[in-house]
Design a binder for this molecule. Structure first.
Ligand SMILES: *[C@@H]1O[C@H](CO)[C@@H](O)[C@H](O)[C@H]1NC(C)=O
Ligand SMILES: *[C@@H]1O[C@H](CO)[C@@H](O)[C@H](O)[C@H]1NC(C)=O
Ligand SMILES: *[C@@H]1O[C@H](CO)[C@@H](O)[C@H](O)[C@H]1NC(C)=O
Ligand SMILES: *[C@@H]1O[C@H](CO)[C@@H](O)[C@H](O)[C@H]1NC(C)=O
Ligand SMILES: *[C@@H]1O[C@H](CO)[C@@H](O)[C@H](O)[C@H]1NC(C)=O
Ligand SMILES: *[C@@H]1O[C@H](CO)[C@@H](O)[C@H](O)[C@H]1NC(C)=O
Ligand SMILES: *[C@@H]1O[C@H](CO)[C@@H](O)[C@H](O)[C@H]1NC(C)=O
Ligand SMILES: *[C@@H]1O[C@H](CO)[C@@H](O)[C@H](O)[C@H]1NC(C)=O
Ligand SMILES: *[C@@H]1O[C@H](CO)[C@@H](O)[C@H](O)[C@H]1NC(C)=O
Length: 767
């Protein structure tokens, strides 16, 4: 009869098994990884007793120090593997990474061995934790300098990588003597289906060495636990006494956390080895546990799957050579920052295969050759913010710089003309446009869209003799037109706003030089004696406000709203930071954000804007500017407009988009400003009271909070407290990422007109 003491929450395996199955030499060691920690790098040997081949640990870890136990503990009875070790005086956590060739889905026995042997001459037994990947395995304690201790676990791998990590818990330096991995074929330990099997005791009955492993393993003095008694009785008609050869006892251990998705992890290991980054933090699994995520890496965790890598920031990591192909395998990545390294070669086309990539920064490297066309196309389509030397978001940043710089001297005279261009740019909805295309098939056909200056008679032909009015503003009327196969909007300036030829021409040139995917492009202009007009690209889906307040327009869901303000923010960021000198828009509002046929947003009417003298700091404006509700309060006293004035107006746009309320609403016969309204509701702390009720709560809470916080920061009273448009763009990107990571499926992109469900709590009156 044998009695065991110990804490056994679940006793899962006991029986007659031969321990030699596991440990003894086999001809085929293909399922083995046997590491003797601390032997000379690159060396190998065959153990005299077991005939198992051991290798040095240098290929499995890149930190720690090699040590030997003191010779007085190095008796002949000790296993060779225990005489050397690797200790870890640096870093809280150090990890061995093993990648068995048979891979995941297989059952392995993983064993770690520890023998102190007073290697550090301190004579103090250390205590430290061992982790298997993200999961706590056990705390290692020693009874004496001469007694080794082992930990064994039988575990079915859910990942191709095994990380054995030693964690310093402030009670001495962690170390390890040997790590062994054994593939367990067959179904002998199939209880691992319910969890991993943690070895509690292994007894070799009748051995000449007695119960060696039991003594060595059953070493938890401080545990007070129930006693389990195992009895073997002979059966009634048995003629011989019962026999037993060996006994193994396991407890069930749950290792619940999944490691990083294998392809992502493999890509990072490839990147790590390609760039030889000696970042000590790049150890173990990249994303788990969460307190040890690799530096520069962003992970997305969700409850049912493996963590995925969603961002990689290797800015200023001192990288040399080309862009590592491993990056192509990070398929969930949305942000990749490789700026300020010493990377060389061409920019590889595989980057354009990363479908979710939204931010790519390649600045400050030594690349040669062109940026791949597919990447450029993504950038100009607006799905990618691409930065590389000399350019930000590839399409023609330099063109803006060139033209605005060249025309800087002329700016003073031009102001009134620009002001004249400003007016409401109201455009009818898509269906009307289709009708118009049919009606106007003939006119404008002979004209070339690449031409920039048109005569009055050509404009008459383009607009079918001004037959379709898209909108009227203070400075002129906007007509629909067609040039070749392209629809355009033509704004004819009315008599009172006419300017001198020279100024008008200069201004038209200035505006023609600005190209950005999120800014309305000027197609051309007309500068005849008494007829002046500006020709813009046509925006089929009208302006943003019409989709927020107009029941006849299609309804925008949360993701679409975020995408639109993100687009608009890009456009404004470009005017502020992509042009030299910076351009202040001066009239940001919902009706100046226009939507094309695929709902891509572009800023209109930056004609009111004016290239901005950087040396002066701020600009003293003489022209009438801005729109009540959108204009920063300081303007009324200071009459100064700066980039931060645009940020304020943009903040109001955000609030309008979030709440679905206009900038100013009537409430109890009083005008109440949207920023005050939101401030009052913020005090209640319920995001659902703030966000447009027509969204019916169908949005990511974090994304909405972030957007509200950003909007409130933009409308801060003190201009210096407001973020820059660079910061606004980054924050809005985060909002979009959060919303897109939301698990629920939601109706995708708008396809055209939709009727609004009148039962869906639509309430056009304020509050
Ligand atoms: C193991 O073999 C090596 C030579 O290969 C020998 O030097 C060493 O003493 C042997 N150890 C034991 C314990 O037999
Ligand atoms: C550990 O040491 C204590 C006291 O030195 C001893 O009573 C106990 O039996 C030892 N346990 C093992 C498993 O060696
Ligand atoms: C086995 O033997 C022990 C000791 O003789 C006895 O107490 C126990 O009842 C027996 N169990 C069975 C199932 O016969
Ligand atoms: C032992 O006896 C039982 C009945 O008492 C019988 O069923 C069984 O076959 C016997 N076993 C052997 C090995 O004879
Ligand atoms: C780990 O991944 C498996 C799929 O292989 C999944 O069934 C399990 O729920 C995941 N566990 C966690 C904690 O995400
Ligand atoms: C990458 O890291 C650098 C330095 O920490 C930081 O300045 C930069 O903004 C980061 N890039 C992105 C895209 O977050
Ligand atoms: C990338 O993925 C492919 C296909 O799965 C694989 O063959 C390749 O080895 C991977 N490369 C890296 C560096 O992980
Ligand atoms: C960058 O690479 C070049 C060529 O390989 C080398 O001469 C230069 O020293 C490197 N610069 C840095 C900062 O590593
Ligand atoms: C987890 O992520 C996967 C892949 O992105 C996605 O298909 C799944 O819906 C997500 N699950 C949850 C609960 O977020």
């Amino acid at each position: 009869m044998t009695t065991f003491q110990g804490f056994l929450p679940m006793l899962v395996l006991l029986g007659l098994v031969l321990t030699s199955v596991l440990v003894h030499a086999q001809d085929d060691q293909s399922g083995f990884i046997s590491i003797d920690c601390g032997i000379v790098e690159g060396s190998t040997y065959t153990d005299n007793i077991t005939n198992i081949n051991y290798v040095s640990d240098a290929d499995f870890i890149d930190s720690g120090e090699i040590q030997n136990i003191l010779s007085i503990y190095n008796s002949f009875s000790i296993d060779t593997q225990l005489t050397t070790l690797r200790s870890f005086p640096q870093n809280t956590r150090n990890c061995y990474t093993l990648k068995p060739t048979q891979g995941k889905g297989n059952r392995y026995l993983i064993r770690a061995r520890f023998m102190y042997g007073n290697y550090d001459f301190k004579g103090q037994l250390p205590e430290f934790d061992v982790y298997l990947g993200p999961d706590y395995w056990d705390t290692i304690r020693f009874n004496s300098s001469s007694k080794p201790t082992n930990r064994e676990i039988i575990h079915v791998l859910s990942s191709d990588y095994i990380h054995v990590c030693l964690v310093n818990i402030g009670r001495g330096t962690p170390f390890v003597s040997a790590i062994e991995l054994r593939l367990l074929a067959g179904d002998m330990y199939k209880e691992t289906d319910f969890g991993s099997l943690y070895l509690f005791a292994r007894v070799n009955f009748g051995s000449a060495f007695g119960t060696v492993r039991y003594e060595a393993d059953n070493t938890e003095p401080e545990i007070i636990a129930p006693t389990y008694t195992l009895t073997i009785n002979k059966t009634k008609n048995s003629t011989l006494p019962p026999i037993i050869n060996a006994l193994e006892l396991y407890t069930l251990k749950q290792l619940p956390q999944n490691q990083t998705y294998d392809h992502d992890a493999a890509a990072l290991w490839s990147i790590k080895s390609a760039y030889k980054t000696n970042n000590k933090n790049w150890q173990g699994d990249p994303c788990t546990p969460q307190e040890f995520v690799w530096e520069g890496i962003g992970c997305s965790y969700n409850d049912t799957e493996f963590p995925r890598i969603v961002s990689l920031n290797l800015s200023a990591y001192g990288l040399n050579g080309g862009i590592d192909p491993g990056i192509a395998n990070l398929t969930m990545i949305h942000t990749l920052d490789l700026s300020n390294n010493n990377l060389t070669g061409t920019v590889p086309n595989f980057l354009s295969g990363l479908n979710l990539l939204m931010v790519l920064n390649l600045k400050g490297n030594n690349f040669v050759g062109p940026i791949p066309a597919e990447l450029q196309a993504k950038a100009s389509k607006g799905s990618l913010t691409l930065s590389y030397d000399g350019e930000s978001t590839s399409d023609a940043a330099s063109s803006c710089d060139r033209n605005t710089c060249k025309n800087k001297k002329d700016n003073k005279i031009i102001v009134p003309v620009i002001a004249a261009v400003a007016s409401l740019f109201v455009i009818l909805i898509a269906l009307t446009a289709v009708w118009m295309i049919k009606k106007q098939k003939e006119h404008g056909r002979g004209l070339d869209i690449r031409k920039q200056q048109y005569t009055y008679s050509e404009v008459q032909s383009i607009t079918d003799n001004f037959s379709v009015v898209l909108g009227r503003g203070g400075f002129g009327t906007v007509y629909h037109g067609i040039i070749g196969d392209t629809q355009v909007a033509v704004k004819m300036l009315s008599g009172s706003s006419l300017q001198g030829d020279k100024e008008f021409q200069a201004e038209a040139y200035l505006l023609l030089g600005i190209h950005h995917k999120n800014l309305i492009s000027l197609v051309g202009y007309c500068n005849d004696e008494s007829h002046k007009g500006i020709i813009y690209e046509f925006m089929a889906n009208g302006n943003l406000e019409s989709h927020l307040f107009d029941t006849a327009s299609s309804f925008l869901n949360w993701e679409e709203r975020l995408q639109i303000v993100c687009d608009a923010a890009h456009g404004l960021e470009y005017l502020h930071h992509g042009c030299k000198p910076p351009i202040v828009h001066r009239d940001i509002k919902g009706t100046n954000i226009l939507l094309n046929e695929s709902f891509q947003a572009k800023l209109a009417d930056f004609g009111l804007s004016k290239a901005f003298p950087t040396e002066g700091g701020t600009h003293i404006s003489t022209a009438v500017a801005g729109t009540p509700g959108y204009l920063e309060p300081e303007y009324y006293t200071s009459n100064r407009l700066t980039e931060k004035s645009d940020v304020y107006s943009f903040g109001i746009v955000l609030l309008v988009v979030i709440t679905g309320q206009p900038a100013i609403t009537k409430y109890d016969n009083d005008n109440i400003h949207i920023s005050r309204l939101v401030n009052l509701k913020l005090a209640e702390g319920d995001i659902n009271n703030i966000v447009d009720p027509r969204l019916l709560g169908d949005f990511d809470i974090n994304s909405a909070w972030k957007a509200v916080e950003l909007a409130m920061a933009c409308v801060a009273h003190t201009p210096s407290r407001r973020p820059t448009m660079n910061e606004v763009v980054l924050e809005l990107n985060d909002c979009l990422v959060a919303e897109r990571a939301r698990p629920e499926t939601k109706p995708k992109k708008l396809t055209g007109l939709m009727s609004l469900n009148l039962e869906s709590a639509y309430d056009p009156s304020p509050i």
